[in-house]
Design a binder for this molecule. Structure first.
Ligand code: NDP
Length: 387
């Protein structure tokens, strides 16, 4: 996967950092998420901000818009220049906050008119899952680069359609896997790639929360599935970037309370086990029935590491123990000093760099599509007919 290409190339350059002992070194690792894709022929680099239309003005959109504001000093800044919403009053208030002109506020019905708005070069799709495909494809057809939230879509076919539409329109497509651009996750990947843990034997990961019955996440037509689609995907994706391998076998179980009305349409719990070609295994849990802090723990032949929490916006913490090549016992305990909205700032910087320098994102549509196929395998193994 792309994150591993990134590690092979950029980790060499970063080897001078030595052990990951101090915050300054950790923050240097964010540069690992610099695009490494092939430079294609096309536009020359420019410092003009990349203008984004935000499609769907909910919770994650707020984080992303705040993240864009923090990119002003980046080589390729990102700016909110358009809004697409079903709620005009909310859109007007947000437009005022970010300096978006009235003429750049669209509805879901007329957003295709964005094609005539040169201030909008890209979109950030922050809608319920089942709407990702339609609005990504429409944006591509309007000539806009697409940064789409996870999960990429609610079917493998839709995910493929998104890739095809972006290719046909010659626009970039990136799935917003923000952990690919987050310092502590990258530091964990580096420890593994540098061989400090030896051969990975096994990974444990979980992520879940108790979902509000009124949330669209409880409607299968909007969500596509339950916690596996929403937060389990973080564990699935992490096991892939931590091992740098694709699953060879997956088995899963699911259970939903028959008496809890929340789980009439989507599942409550999923547990799955993955085997990778090297023999490494992973055990993951997700739920909408309990608070389950997102974390991962990796056991290798020479040591272990844990990032806990790993998937939330701040307070991430890396712990590790291993014996180095000189036989010295190393113990790490590194809180991440970065705070929200840094994930989103890094993510926006990355995509805007890809747009300006005509590069392939680290988490392109193909990365989202892979997860969609594994999610489908997990569901089918658990006896659920999703995706
Ligand atoms: P919210 O419910 O907070 O926002 C979704 C927005 O979509 C709404 O505010 C609304 O915007 C618009 N919308 C359009 N049609 C509907 C509909 N039928 N029902 C509900 N909303 C609708 O969701 P989130 O921001 O939490 O999630 C949005 C996406 O982002 C999801 O795909 C989710 O998986 C992903 N996500 C990613 C996270 C990450 O860390 N990467 C974290 C959280 C979510 P308006 O009122 O403007 O029309």
């Amino acid at each position: 996967m792309n994150l591993s290409n990134l590690s092979r190339r950029d980790f060499t350059r970063l080897s001078a950092l030595g052990t990951l002992g101090v915050a300054a070194q950790l923050s240097d690792l964010t540069s690992l998420a610099a695009p490494t894709g092939q430079v294609q022929s096309g536009p020359v680099p420019s410092s003009k901000p990349v203008g984004y239309a935000i499609i769907g003005l909910g919770r994650i959109a707020d984080h992303f818009m705040a993240g864009c504001q923090d990119t002003a000093k980046s080589p390729h800044p990102s700016k909110v220049t358009g809004l697409v919403s079903g709620h005009p009053e909310k859109a007007a208030a947000i437009a005022q906050k970010y300096g978006v002109p009235k003429s750049s506020i669209y509805t879901y019905e007329n957003m295709d008119e964005m094609r005539n708005n040169p201030a909008i070069e890209a979109v950030y799709v922050a809608l319920p899952n089942s709407m990702h495909a339609e609005y990504s494809v429409r944006s591509a057809k309007a000539g806009k680069h697409v940064l789409c939230e996870k999960p990429m879509a609610t079917s493998v076919k839709d995910a493929q359609d998104m890739i095809d539409a972006c290719k046909a329109a010659n626009v970039k497509l990136m799935i917003a896997y923000r952990c690919h651009y987050e310092t502590t996750n990258l530091a964990a990947v580096k420890l593994i790639r540098d061989g400090h843990l030896g051969q990975i034997q096994s990974i444990q990961s979980a992520f879940g929360f108790s979902c509000d019955p009124a949330d669209w996440r409880m409607k299968k037509a909007l969500a596509g599935g339950g916690p596996l689609m929403d937060v389990g995907i973080y564990s699935l994706n992490a096991t892939r970037y931590l091992t740098n391998e694709e699953p060879s076998e997956i088995v899963a179980y699911s259970h939903s309370s028959l008496t809890d009305p929340r789980f009439k349409e989507v599942e409550e719990n999923v547990v799955w086990m993955t085997k990778f070609p090297s023999g490494a295994t992973a055990t993951c849990n997700t739920t909408y029935g309990a608070q389950m802090d997102g974390y991962f723990r990796v056991y290798g032949s020479k040591g272990w590491l844990e990032v806990n929490p790993a998937f939330v916006y701040d307070g991430l913490r890396l712990k590790a123990e291993y014996t180095d090549d000189q036989g010295k016992f190393i113990q790490l305990d590194q809180p991440n000093p970065e705070k929200d909205p840094i994930h989103f700032t890094n993510e926006a910087n990355h995509f805007s760099t890809c747009v300006r320098e005509n590069r392939t994102p680290q988490s392109p549509g193909e990365e989202g599509l892979k997860d969609m196929t594994y999610l489908r395998q997990i569901y089918h193994s658990a006896g659920l007919n999703n995706l």
